[in-house]
Design a protein around this ligand. Structure first.
Ligand code: COI
Length: 362
């Protein structure tokens, strides 16, 4: 039976004034809407208890599996308000499929694509007033579906009881400076993911293991950390929280190929498609850090960007490392900004959705 996520409304809805105040300065991931979607999976029974309920803290048994063995996966996508007031999701089926793949890697149950979509659509419909107008910027409602082992049991095995939820947060740009170019710190000390590990899964553990390196990045004036592959230590993989791409002087857009240790970014994939539409030559291949740094220094790589749902495309100013800095440029690159606009224009309905990526909710 498909899940329907029926509504139990809050008795204390936020006032339009409260929502307007939050929309005026949303930040990123600090304010949450009035409701959340929930469902529970139990071994032998499958999914049940699907509902949209008032946003509230979880009550977790201290022995709950996620607190000990980090059996958790999550997703990130946004709801966009178009100029006519309608509300749309961008390629949500991709997130649904990726969550199934992530869940499989973490020995969590699959939530069927249709149930995932229904959970998002029900929550966005109920909290539609929280989806900001884009205005001149890029405000949206960030949706965070997640799933975790929620059985009180200290043995190490897949939990027999699993919680699924979706929360929603009105957001502006991920980086506080907006689309100002950011610095990237290359760490030769820490790895993000090894062969056969969880690198391709969107699981909290990958992000937890990036945090110390991310702190090192911040200490060196950088907004994100860049990881090499754990095996050879020479190939470019991804950033702490997003994918990476570079653009050459002769119009090639290169991003590391998916090797099983890199997150299959929906924005990454969309950029590869849009790049071809804009006359760039998109290439997903193994690219060493040495190639990036040398070609930045020689002026052959003229632009670099971080990309993800949260960051959209954010230009890179400099790659920094213990061995020196490689300066791309302090101004946003022209083609990076063209790509950024091309993606945002589709998301906000300002350009024709020629790839069929949008799904209307309201
Ligand atoms: C996203 O881009 O949606 C992510 O999940 C990454 C995180 C940096 C917010």
């Amino acid at each position: 039976m498909p899940l329907t996520f029926p509504l139990t409304p809050t008795s204390t809805p936020s006032t339009p004034d409260t929502i307007a105040t939050i929309h005026a300065d949303p930040g990123f991931g600090v304010h949450f809407t009035d409701h959340m979607a929930v469902a529970t999976w139990c071994i032998g029974e499958g999914w049940s208890g699907d509902a949209v309920v008032p946003y509230r803290p979880f009550e977790l048994d201290p022995a709950s599996a996620v607190l000990h063995y980090a059996q958790e996966v999550f997703e990130g996508l946004k709801a966009y308000r178009h100029a006519d007031g309608s509300i749309w999701l961008f390629r949500p089926e991709r997130n649904a499929q990726r969550m199934i793949a992530s869940a499989r890697r973490l020995a969590l149950p699959a939530l069927p694509v249709q149930d995932f979509l229904t959970s998002l659509e029900q929550l966005v419909r109920v909290d539609a007033a929280w989806v900001p107008d884009a205005g001149g910027g890029e405000a949206s409602l960030y949706l965070r579906p997640f799933m975790f082992g929620n059985e009180a049991f200290l043995g190490v095995r897949a939990a027999h009881r699993v919680s699924y939820a979706v929360i929603a947060s009105p957001v502006g740009p991920y980086f506080a400076g907006g689309v100002k170019p950011v610095n990237i710190w290359y760490t030769d000390e820490y790895s993000r993911a090894g062969k056969g590990g969880t690198g391709a899964a969107k699981c909290g553990g990958n992000y937890a293991s990036s945090l110390l390196a991310q702190q090192e990045a911040a200490d060196n004036g950088c907004s994100q950390v860049l990881f090499a592959d754990a095996g050879s230590g020479v190939n470019t993989e991804e950033l702490g929280g997003m994918n990476i791409g570079v653009i050459t002087a002769d119009g090639e857009l290169i991003t590391p190929a998916l090797t099983g240790t890199i997150l299959e970014g929906v924005t990454r994939d969309s950029i590869l498609t849009v790049a071809a539409d804009l006359g760039l030559r998109p290439v997903a291949r193994t690219i060493t850090l040495a190639e990036i740094f040398d070609r930045v220094d020689s002026g052959d790589i003229v632009e670099a960007f971080a990309c993800g749902t949260a960051a959209v495309l954010t230009p890179v100013a400099e790659f920094r490392s213990k061995d020196g800095n490689h300066v791309v440029g302090s101004e946003p690159g022209e083609r990076t900004m063209q790509l950024r606009s091309a993606v945002l224009d589709i998301q906000y309905g300002r350009a024709e959705d020629t790839h069929g990526w949008l799904r209307r909710v309201v």
